[in-house]
Design a protein around this ligand. Structure first.
Ligand SMILES: C[S@@+](CC[C@H](N)C(=O)[O-])C[C@H]1O[C@@H](n2cnc3c(N)ncnc32)[C@H](O)[C@@H]1O
Length: 271
């Protein structure tokens, strides 16, 4: 997913959820009067870090947003840098010894709508743990289950798209078909060494007010589109819409209704 400009104009769902979770979770975290070092993993276009996270932080010394995508980081740096906020390219699933990159570590780590992109949850969580200072807290928010991922699986079965989607299973979160995704994630986090303060995966509901919002959302967060020839993009998106319509995502008067489960995990690194 590298279309920063399209993403920043079509991430209403992500912004709504980040705001809702932050308002509930920030008061439950321990805040030092000064010196809070904050990391935002998978910051994307940077608007959530700059416009939602930063203003809501009770105290802050420094915020760093990281993202695997060079284009996202370039866009974020250009549009959302601030005297206490910078952006850097980093793959949270692949780095080894992350403290070589950030020697002081962080007192708080946030991540919104990113961890469902990462098949190796253990490596990712190991890195998050190492980047946290002892006593530090992490708030990890990502999709546990969403009809979009079942749509990917069905699209991958279609002969026209199969060759571009052979690795579709890498893009379906591990929790997509779990009866209790929150318990599953909490177990993994505990095994890695976190103390789990809270972990839940509530079912939420979002209305895409018109078909263009849905089309832009599908395009902006689609890992397969960059592999497909440009003149087939419209046909691909049309098929995506048809597959969604055939699933349990009712459409009415041009609006599309999506039910999904959002993982919200509040973790701490024991002292
Ligand atoms: C849907 S966007 C979310 C952006 C922003 N946090 C928000 O809430 O609007 C997911 C971001 O995660 C990034 N991402 C995916 N895998 C990653 C990884 N292994 N390390 C760092 N970032 C990653 C993607 O490049 C993308 O920008």
């Amino acid at each position: 997913m590298e279309n920063a400009e399209l993403y920043v104009s079509s991430n209403g769902l992500q912004r709504r959820d980040a705001l809702m979770v932050l308002r509930g979770a920030l008061p439950a975290m321990n805040w030092e009067p000064e010196g809070e070092k904050i990391l935002d993993i998978g910051c994307g276009s940077g608007d959530v870090t700059r416009n939602l996270l930063l203003p809501l932080l009770p105290t802050v010394d420094q915020v760093v947003g990281v993202d695997v995508s060079h284009d996202m980081v370039t866009f974020a740096s250009k549009n959302f840098e601030h005297n206490s906020l910078s952006f850097k390219q980093l793959d949270i699933a692949r780095i080894i010894q992350p403290r070589q990159i950030f020697p002081e570590g962080f007192t708080k780590i946030f991540s919104f709508y990113c961890l469902h992109w990462i098949p190796d949850q253990e490596q990712c969580l190991t890195n998050v743990l190492q980047l946290l200072q002892p006593g530090g807290e992490a708030l990890l928010v990502f999709l546990a289950q969403h009809p979009l991922f079942t749509m990917y699986e069905r699209m991958a079965e279609k002969p026209r798209w199969a060759e571009y989607m052979k690795d579709v299973s890498n893009f379906v979160p591990r929790y997509q078909y779990k009866a209790d995704p929150a318990a599953d994630f909490a177990n993994t986090a505990t095994e890695i060494g976190f103390e789990v303060l809270e972990c839940k995966a509530p079912q939420l509901f979002y209305v895409f007010e018109n078909i263009n919002y849905l089309i832009n959302a599908i395009k902006a967060v689609n890992p397969f589109l960059p592999r497909i020839p440009k003149n087939d993009h419209d046909a691909f998106v049309k098929d995506c819409l048809q597959v969604l319509a055939d699933m349990n995502t009712p459409q009415q008067d041009g609006r599309t209704f999506a039910h999904y489960n959002l993982m919200v995990a509040h973790l701490t690194r024991p002292e």
